[in-house]
Design a protein around this ligand. Structure first.
Ligand code: ZN
Ligand code: ZN
Length: 149
């Protein structure tokens, strides 16, 4: 499992290799030190609780860099003036191809820690807006039981 914490002071990404010995992370930008706690589950690639905030509420999404997508769309839209829209179709196909290649990233609702190469990915639900709002704004703890709709 690859873990990338989000520094609570400056929002920078802090990459950490999970080990049982690791108890602290230090942000390379602002030098903020944060507590972490890894368990055997993390070493095995299973995500049960968050090593940073110990919550159990996560969501998964495609690990897709939005900026790249938007940039490509603008180029394709400009090109489409000369290519009678063919470039947009090409972009759409390219997007489909890219999308199927992209892995998933799992994110902690509470502290925004990113997890990649998570083994129990199938158990992790998609993003839920209501859960996000209740966790972030009212500090609700779902304890790993996602809302069903
Ligand atoms: Zn920082
Ligand atoms: Zn967390």
């Amino acid at each position: 499992m690859e873990v990338q914490f989000t520094c609570e002071e400056c929002q920078s990404g802090v990459e950490v290799v999970p080990t049982l010995e690791a108890t602290k992370t230090k942000c390379s930008v602002c030098e903020h030190v944060a507590q972490v706690k890894f368990s055997k589950d993390h070493l095995n690639g299973d995500l049960i609780d968050c090593p940073s905030c110990s919550r159990k509420d996560f969501y998964k999404q495609k690990d897709f860099n939005r900026k790249v997508g938007v940039g490509l769309f603008i180029i394709a839209a400009i090109l489409s003036i000369w290519t009678y829209g063919v470039s947009l179709i090409v972009l759409w196909l390219f997007d489909l191809f890219l999308f199927s290649k992209i892995g998933n990233v799992v994110i902690c609702y509470k502290c925004n820690t990113n997890f990649r190469r998570v083994k129990n990915l199938a158990e992790i639900p998609d993003f839920n807006h209501e859960m996000h709002d209740r966790i972030v704004y009212s500090d609700h703890n779902f304890e790993g039981k996602p809302l069903e709709h």
